[in-house]
Write a protein that binds this ligand. Structure first.
Ligand SMILES: NC(=O)C1=CN([C@@H]2O[C@H](COP(=O)(O)OP(=O)(O)OC[C@H]3O[C@@H](n4cnc5c(N)ncnc54)[C@H](O)[C@@H]3O)[C@@H](O)[C@H]2O)C=CC1
Ligand SMILES: O=C(O)[C@@H]1CCC=N1
Length: 276
C-alpha cells in the first residue's frame, strides 16, 4: 500500500460513480479497501449484472444518472470517453451546488467537461490507472478554471487513498495517458512474454507465471524505493559477458526499447484523438 495513504473510514461526503467498469470500478474498489463506507457511494451502470455486483458489496446501484448525482459531493465520470458529453447533459441540472466533477476519461479536455457540466461547476480531469484496485494507482490530475485549490486538494486526498498523485498542466494529460494510464497493459504484456519464454525453456506454466510476476513486482519496488535510475539498476544485473548481456543484445537487435517509446507516442496521439 502507498505510504501515508489516507484512511477513508471517516469520509463524511458522498461519492457517485457514473460508470464503474474496469477503471471506475478499480478506483471504487480502492476507495472501499481504504475504508470508505459503502453507504457513502452510489453507482450507475448500463448493465443489470454490474449493478447487482455492486449491490452485493453494499453499494447502492442504479441506472438513472441524474438521480444518482443528487446530493453527491464528488461525481466520478467512469464512462467511456464518447459517452462523457451525453452523461454530463443528463446530470447537469441535478448536480448540487458543491459537487465536484472528476473525469477519468482519456482525451476529454477540461474545456469540453466544463462546457457540458455547466457554468461554475468545479471539474477535475484525472488520468488514473487500474492498479488503484490494489492501492497502487497512479493518478495525474489537472483542476479546471472553477476548481479551487481546496477542492482540488479534496480530490487529491480521496485518490491518495489508493495510489500516488501528481497535479500537472493539462497539456501533459495525453502523455500521462500514454505512460501510466495505458502502462499497466504494457507491463502485463511483458509479464506474459517472460512467462511464455520460461515455458518455451521447459518451466511449468504456473511456475513461469509466478517468476515473471514476482520479478516485475520486485523490480517495480526497487524503481520506486531507490533513487537509482532504471539504467543503473539494469547495469547491476548485467554481468560483463554474462547471460543478461546476451538477452539485452537480442532486445536491442529487435529495437524493443525504441518500440516501447513509440508505443507511448502512439497511445498519447490516440488519447488526444479520442477527445475529438
Ligand atoms: N481501463 C483503463 O485502464 C483506463 C480507463 N480510463 C478511462 O476510464 C473510462 C472508463 O473506461 P473502462 O472502465 O475501461 O470502461 P468499461 O467499459 O469497463 O466501464 C464503463 C462503465 O460504464 C457503464 N456505462 C455505460 N453507459 C453508461 C451510462 N450511460 N451511464 C452510466 N454508466 C454507463 C458501463 O456499464 C460500464 O460499467 C474511460 O473514459 C477511459 O478512457 C482511463 C485510464 C485507464
Ligand atoms: O485504452 C484506453 O483508451 C484507456 C485509456 C488509458 C488506458 N486505457
Amino acid at each position: 500500500m502507498t505510504t501515508d495513504a489516507p484512511d477513508l473510514s471517516d469520509f463524511t461526503g458522498t461519492v457517485t460513480f457514473l460508470g464503474a467498469g474496469a477503471m471506475g470500478g478499480a478506483v471504487l474498489d480502492g476507495f472501499l479497501a481504504a475504508g470508505l463506507p459503502p453507504e457513502r457511494v452510489r453507482v450507475t451502470a448500463a448493465r443489470e449484472r454490474t449493478r447487482a455486483r455492486w449491490e452485493e458489496r453494499g453499494v447502492s446501484a442504479g441506472a438513472d444518472n441524474a438521480e444518482a448525482v443528487r446530493g453527491a459531493d464528488v461525481v466520478v465520470l467512469g464512462v467511456k470517453p464518447h459517452l462523457v458529453a451525453d452523461v454530463l447533459d443528463e446530470v447537469r441540472d441535478a448536480l448540487g451546488d458543491d459537487a465536484i466533477v472528476v473525469s477519468l476519461a482519456a482525451g476529454i479536455t477540461l474545456e469540453t467537461l466544463e462546457g457540458r457540466a455547466g457554468a461554475g461547476v468545479p471539474v477535475v480531469r484525472v488520468m488514473p490507472n487500474t492498479p488503484a484496485l490494489v492501492g497502487e494507482g497512479m493518478f495525474v490530475l489537472t483542476g479546471g478554471h472553477d476548481c479551487s485549490e481546496e477542492q482540488l486538494g479534496r480530490v487529491v486526498d480521496l485518490l491518495r487513498s489508493c495510489g500516488e498523485t501528481e497535479v500537472v498542466p493539462e497539456k501533459w494529460q495525453d502523455a500521462a495517458s500514454g505512460v501510466s494510464g495505458s502502462g499497466p497493459a504494457y507491463v502485463f504484456y511483458v509479464a506474459d512474454a517472460l512467462a511464455e519464454g520460461g515455458v518455451f525453456e521447459g518451466l511449468p506454466r504456473d511456475l513461469a507465471v509466478r517468476l515473471a510476476a514476482q520479478t516485475l513486482l520486485g523490480a517495480g519496488r526497487m524503481l520506486v524505493e531507490s533513487d537509482t535510475p532504471a539504467a543503473t539498476l539494469r547495469e547491476q544485473v548485467t554481468s560483463p559477458g554474462g547471460s543478461t548481456a546476451a538477452a539485452l543484445r537480442v532486445l536491442d537487435e529487435g529495437a524493443v526499447r525504441h518500440r516501447f517509446s513509440a508505443a507511448v507516442s502512439a497511445a498519447t496521439r490516440r488519447a488526444g484523438e479520442m477527445g475529438g
